[in-house]
Design a protein around this ligand. Structure first.
Ligand SMILES: Nc1ncnc2c1ncn2[C@@H]1O[C@H](COP(=O)(O)OP(=O)(O)OP(=O)(O)O)[C@@H](O)[C@H]1O
Ligand code: NI
Length: 326
């Protein structure tokens, strides 16, 4: 008798929560009870309005949060089969710096200017990263540097510029080139298409999808739902620090569409769809309601929404499984 077991996910996040302790005693709950898996060869798009906690979630996985952040839960990153996974929120800085960042987990940062070294040219930063991660030297290093730039559509004749001499879009491409160097099994791309023209968006999306198709995993954080539709296998919709919908991309963007009323509203707000924004504002993360955080904006809300909904079958709403036809 033979038994087949599904391969363990590359990243397994369980009950991840991040709070910021503020001077004066305020407590900002930026990420709440987030759980998801991500496998090799898969792209998960994390979407949601500005301030809902997407970048903080990425920062928690990379160990890049400021000192006033308090993280709970686990995020197990498996380097290779048979090797004990690394619990990212619990990992020490030495492990993160030497083993994780760049090698197991690459990042395309949301603010590339802040991640590039200001006093060194793009060429020198790419060279150093390639040498450190692949051991390339000499003439091979020069060629590999130009190839790395080309992968992210960074023009070779701008390689000798310093970060302050780059436009936002060029800085974005330099940061993407640096993030792709390690061919890390997991890449987190935080708004990788911001500031890019339409053809460069297509090119970046194509390069990121290739990274996934070659058997690596991608967590792409984006406001650009059209880019998410093109690149993602699954979608996670975040609202006020929680994942409210986690589902396959095809039914989400196509038929039957999102199940959670917030996710349905996000899609309806797109210019190419109804172009009708969701009324109201998200709640402050320092004073979240005890129940469903979307209830004050939700046309379906009833008394039951005073209880927090669990994420069941990919949707955290007391009012599904009815289709999101609100
Ligand atoms: N260092 C910090 N101290 C206190 N609050 C913070 C800190 N960093 C982020 N926050 C808060 O955490 C919340 C989530 O921020 P985050 O950057 O994750 O949002 P986001 O979903 O990535 O938004 P955007 O789409 O605009 O990038 C916000 O309310 C933000 O103000
Ligand atoms: Ni962000």
């Amino acid at each position: 008798m033979t038994t087949t077991t599904a391969p363990a996910p590359l990243l397994s996040v369980r009950g991840l929560a991040v709070r910021f302790l503020m001077p004066g005693g305020a407590d900002i709950a930026a990420v709440n009870d987030v759980s998801f898996d991500l496998s090799a060869g898969e792209c998960l798009a994390l979407v949601g309005e500005s301030g809902c906690g997407k970048s903080v979630l990425a920062g928690a996985l990379l160990g890049l949060l400021p000192g006033n952040a308090r993280t709970r839960g686990s995020a197990l990153l498996s380097s290779e089969p048979g090797v004990v996974p690394i619990d990212l929120p619990a990992a020490d800085e030495r492990t993160l710096a030497r083993t994780v960042r760049g090698r197991l987990l690459g990042l395309v940062p949301q603010s590339p200017a802040g991640h590039l070294t200001p006093v060194r040219t793009v060429r020198s930063q790419l060279r150093e990263t390639i040498r450190a991660l692949h051991g390339t030297r000499g003439r091979d290093l020069a060629a590999a540097t130009e190839a790395a730039a080309e992968r992210a559509a960074f023009p070779a004749d701008h390689l000798d510029r310093y970060p302050h001499q780059l436009s936002g879009g060029l800085a974005q491409r330099a940061a993407t080139a640096l993030a792709l160097v390690g061919d890390a099994p997991l890449l987190i791309a935080d708004e990788p298409t911001t500031g890019l023209d339409r053809d460069l968006v297509a090119r970046t999306v194509g390069e990121l999808r290739r990274h996934t198709d070659e058997g690596r995993a991608l967590l792409v954080i984006t406001h650009d739902l059209a880019a998410a539709e093109r690149i993602a296998d699954r979608v996670a919709v975040m609202y006020a620090g929680r994942i409210v919908e986690l589902t396959d991309a095809a039914p989400f963007f196509g038929t039957p569409g999102p199940r959670h009323p917030y996710a349905a509203g996000l899609l309806r707000a797109l210019p190419e769809r109804d172009f009708t924004p969701i009324p109201g504002q998200p709640p402050g993360l320092d004073a979240l309601p005890a129940g469903c955080a979307f209830a004050p904006r939700c046309p379906r809300a009833t008394a039951v929404c005073a209880e927090p909904p669990d994420l069941i079958d990919g949707t955290a709403c007391h009012h599904v499984p009815e289709p999101a036809d609100v």
